[in-house]
Design a protein around this ligand. Structure first.
Ligand code: ZN
Length: 675
C-alpha cells in the first residue's frame, strides 16, 4: 500500500486527518490578541504554529548531534520539493524573495500587503499551487504591480514564469478528473510538459520487473521526451537535483559518524549509496535495513517517499522527518501492535480476505525534531513506511505518530465549533471527555491494524493497477473503517486503552459523521466537488453509513432554526454498518473491483449538497479560524569549542514564519533557478 500514513485525528471536534494530510485545528472564536501561545503567524487560509521538542535536554550530546546532522541533511533537500512541485517554482520564489527583502517603496499599501500574503502562501505550499487543493493560487495584486516591483528591485521574472502567475495555465498541480489526460494536464514537474498519460503507461508497462519483489518503478526520476524518445532523468549525485543531493550526502556522512549502533550506521550508509547511485535496488535494500533499525532512540524518514503528488502514482516527493522516541506513549501504543492478529481474526472481513499472519506491525509515538520537503510546513501527523508492498509483507513496516505535532495542534484548539455543530449537550460532554483519546486510538487503529489488514486475492494486481485513481481513497477509507469498527469494541477497554469503550465509540462515531457530512465542508468553496482523497473517503464512509442507518432510524437528521444536526440513536447499529462497509471495501480491494470502487466513491464521496454546504459555511463564519495549519521548525543551534567540536546544541524557536522561510532559502537554496 503506497500510502503515507498519518491517521485520523479529530482535534476536538474537528479535524480528522489521515495519512499525509495536514491538519486543521479548531480555533477559539477570539480576536488575535488571544491567539494561543504556539501560534506564530496567520495569512490567507493558513495558520502557522510552532512545536516543542520535549525531552531534548535528556539526550546525550551524541544523540543531539545525530538529530542535528539528520535535520541538516533534510533541509538540504528543501529545494527539491519546490522543483518537483512545479518547473517555475524556484525562479518565482527567488524573484518574490528578492523583492520582499530589497524593495524600499511604500509598504503600507493594500498591494504590498497582498504581495506579502501571496509570498507567505507560496512558502507554505512549497510553490504556487495550494498545498491541499492543488489549485494554482491567484495573487490579489495585478501583473502591473508586480512589474513595478520588479522594475524597482534587482529581481528578475520573465516570460512564462511571470505570466503563469496571472493567466489560467497550469492551473492544477495534480488533475485527477475523469476526463483529463491526468499526466499532461497536471502541472507537477514529474514529467516533461509533452509527456502524456499514455506515454507513462506504455513506458512503465513495458518495463521488466521482478513480479515477486518489484522495485518502486520510476520513484526517483523525471520522465521526459528527448527527440521524441522517453528517457528518465535520475535524482542523484551528478544527476537531476545533484547539487542538493550532494549536500544531503555530506550531512548524512556526519550523521553516520555518530550513529547509535551499527545497524543504524549501516542503514545511513545505504541511504548515502542510494543518493550516490540512484539505484532503486539499493533503495529497497535501504528500506529493509531501515525497517530493521529499531534499536536506537532516534529515527528518520528521508528520501523520495510519497506518490500522492503523481497522478500516476510513480514519482516520490522529497521528504524528511527527523524524530526521537516518545518513550511514554510508545509503551501504550505497542499494546495494539501486539494484538494485531487478534484484530485481524475478529474483524468482519470475509475469511479469505484476512491475513493469516500480520507481520511486523509496529506503532510508535515519536517526538519530531525537524521536518522538510513534502512534510513541511504542512505536516503529517503520523507516518507508516516503507511504501513498497513486498517489503512491508516480508519485512514489516514502521508506523509512527508525531506526538509533539499533535500536541501543538491540540493546544491551538478550542471548543467553539464543537458547540455549534454537535447535536446536544451529551454529545459535547462525551466529546470533551473521550474525544481526544478516541482520536488517538483511531489514529493508532487506522495505522497499526487498519492498513496492515487484509490480503489481495491470488492473481489480482495491486490496488494501483486495479483501482487506479480510486486506490488512495479506498485504502484510506478501508483503514478508517477498520478503526471505526474497533473503537466501540470491549477489547480496547480490556487492553487498558480506555476506561469506557462505549463512550469512546460514541465520541468517535459522533465525530466522524459530524465531520464527514458537515464540518469538513468548510474546506471547500461553494460549487466545488470533493476531490482530495482523504476528504473523499470521510464523505463516502459517512454518507454510505448515514444512508443505511437512516433507513432503520439509527441516525436521524435534525433541523432546528435552519441548522442541520445528526443525531445517532443506535450506536451498535452504526458499528455494524461500519463493519459491513469495511467488509465491502476489503472485498473491492481483494478482488480489484474497479467498478464497485468507482461507484462507491462517485456516488457517495464526490458531490456536495449545495444547501448544506452553504449552511455549514454560514455557521462557520463566526469562527475566525484558518482552514489549514502548518509549522515552523525549532532551530537547533550548535555550540562549538575552539577545535570546532560541537559541545552542546540548543533548541530555540525562530523569530517568525517569514524569517525562517528566508533563512532556509538563503542557507539551503542549492537549486537556485532550476526548472
Ligand atoms: Zn492512512
Amino acid at each position: 500500500m503506497n500510502i503515507k500514513h498519518l491517521s485520523l485525528l479529530v482535534l476536538g471536534l474537528f479535524l480528522i486527518t489521515s495519512c499525509n494530510e495536514d491538519k486543521k485545528s479548531e480555533d477559539k472564536p477570539t480576536d488575535t490578541k488571544e491567539l494561543a501561545s504556539n501560534n506564530v503567524d496567520e495569512f490567507g487560509d493558513i495558520k502557522i504554529l510552532n512545536y516543542e521538542i520535549p525531552g531534548w535536554e535528556n539526550l546525550t550530546i551524541k544523540e543531539q548531534q545525530l538529530l542535528y546532522y539528520l535535520t541538516q541533511a533534510g533541509l538540504s533537500g528543501r529545494d527539491i520539493m519546490w522543483a518537483q512541485n512545479y518547473r517555475h517554482n524556484l525562479e518565482i520564489r527567488d524573484a518574490l524573495e528578492t523583492i520582499y527583502t530589497t524593495y524600499d517603496g511604500d509598504k503600507e499599501t493594500e498591494d504590498w500587503k497582498n504581495f506579502e500574503t501571496y509570498l507567505k502562501r507560496v512558502w507554505f505550499s512549497n510553490g504556487i499551487h495550494h498545498h491541499y487543493s492543488n489549485d494554482k493560487m491567484i495573487p490579489d495584486f495585478s501583473a502591473g504591480y508586480l512589474k513595478e516591483l520588479l522594475a524597482n528591485t534587482d529581481a528578475k521574472l520573465e516570460g512564462e514564469a511571470f505570466e503563469v502567475l496571472f493567466n489560467d495555465k497550469d492551473s492544477k498541480k495534480v488533475n485527477l478528473s475523469k476526463d483529463a489526460d491526468i499526466v499532461k494536464e497536471s502541472a507537477i514537474n514529474f514529467y516533461g510538459p509533452d509527456v502524456t498519460t499514455a506515454d507513462v503507461e506504455a513506458f512503465y508497462g513495458a518495463m521488466n520487473v521482478n513480479k515477486e519483489q518489484p522495485i518502486e518503478l520510476g520513484l526517483n526520476t523525471k520522465l521526459v521526451k528527448v527527440n521524441g524518445k522517453l528517457v528518465e532523468q535520475v535524482y542523484k549525485s551528478g544527476g537531476l537535483y545533484g547539487e542538493a543531493i550532494d549536500e544531503i550526502i555530506n550531512w548524512l556522512e556526519k550523521a553516520k559518524g555518530v550513529a547509535e549502533n551499527e545497524q543504524q550506521a549501516k542503514t545511513i550508509g545505504l541511504l548515502i549509496e542510494y543518493y550516490k547511485t540512484g539505484s532503486l535496488d539499493t533503495w529497497d535494500e535501504y528500506a529493509i535495513s531501515w525497517v530493521n533499525t529499531t534499536e536506537g532512540n532516534i529515527d528518520w524518514i528521508n528520501g523520495f517517499i510519497e506518490v500522492y503528488n503523481d497522478p500516476k502514482g510513480y514519482k516520490g516527493s522529497y521528504e524528511t522527518i527527523v524524530q526521537m522516541k516518545d518513550f511514554d506513549m510508545s509503551k501504550k501504543m505497542s499494546v495494539l501492535s501486539n494484538e494485531a492478529q487478534w484484530f485481524e481474526d475478529n474483524s468482519p472481513l470475509q475469511p479469505e480476505h484476512k491475513k493469516k499472519k500480520v507481520t511486523g506491525v509496529s506503532y510508535n509515538t515519536v517526538i519530531v525534531a525537524g521536518e522538510a520537503g513534502d512534510a513541511s510546513p504542512s505536516t503529517p501527523i503520523g507516518v507508516n513506511l516503507p511504501n513498497n508492498n513486498w517489503i512491508r509483507t516480508k519485512h514489516g513496516s514502521k508506523s509512527v505518530s508525531l506526538g509533539n505535532i499533535i500536541n501543538a495542534y491540540n493546544n491551538a484548539g478550542g471548543s467553539g465549533r464543537l458547540e455549534e455543530f454537535a447535536n446536544d449537550s451529551l454529545e459535547i460532554a462525551i466529546e470533551k471527555q473521550y474525544g481526544e483519546n478516541a482520536d488517538k486510538l483511531h489514529t493508532a487503529l487506522h495505522e497499526v491494524v487498519g492498513h496492515a489488514s487484509g490480503q489481495i486475492n491470488p492473481g489480482v494486481g495491486t490496488p494501483k493497477e486495479t483501482l487506479k485513481s480510486y486506490k488512495s481513497t479506498i485504502e484510506e477509507g478501508r483503514a478508517d473503517l477498520f478503526g471505526l469498527y474497533y473503537l466501540m469494541d470491549p477489547k480496547i477497554q480490556e487492553l487498558g486503552l480506555t476506561d469506557d469503550y462505549k463512550k469512546t465509540g460514541m465520541a468517535a462515531y459522533d465525530g466522524y459523521i459530524r465531520n464527514g457530512l458537515l464540518t469538513q465542508l468548510v474546506r471547500l468553496n461553494v460549487g466545488d466537488d470533493v476531490e482530495e482523497a482523504h476528504m473523499r473517503n470521510r464523505q463516502w464512509v459517512s454518507a454510505w453509513v448515514f444512508e443505511k442507518a437512516q433507513e432503520s432510524g439509527a441516525v436521524v437528521i435534525e433541523k432546528r432554526d435552519g441548522k442541520t444536526y445528526y443525531d445517532i440513536k443506535d450506536y451498535d447499529k452504526m458499528r455494524a454498518l461500519f463493519g459491513e462497509l469495511l467488509k465491502e471495501t476489503q472485498r473491492i480491494t481483494s478482488e480489484g473491483d474497479y467498478e464497485a470502487a468507482k461507484n462507491l466513491v462517485e456516488d457517495y464521496g464526490v458531490t456536495v449538497n449545495r444547501e448544506i454546504h452553504q449552511e455549514v459555511l454560514d455557521r462557520n463564519a463566526q469562527f475566525k479560524s484558518k482552514a489549514y495549519s502548518g509549522f515552523v521548525n525549532p532551530v537547533l543551534v550548535p555550540e562549538m569549542d575552539g577545535d570546532g567540536n560541537i559541545t552542546s546544541i540548543k533548541v530555540t524557536q525562530p523569530k517568525g514564519f517569514k524569517e525562517q522561510m528566508l533563512e532556509y532559502s538563503k542557507n539551503y537554496g542549492f537549486l537556485k533557478g532550476m526548472k
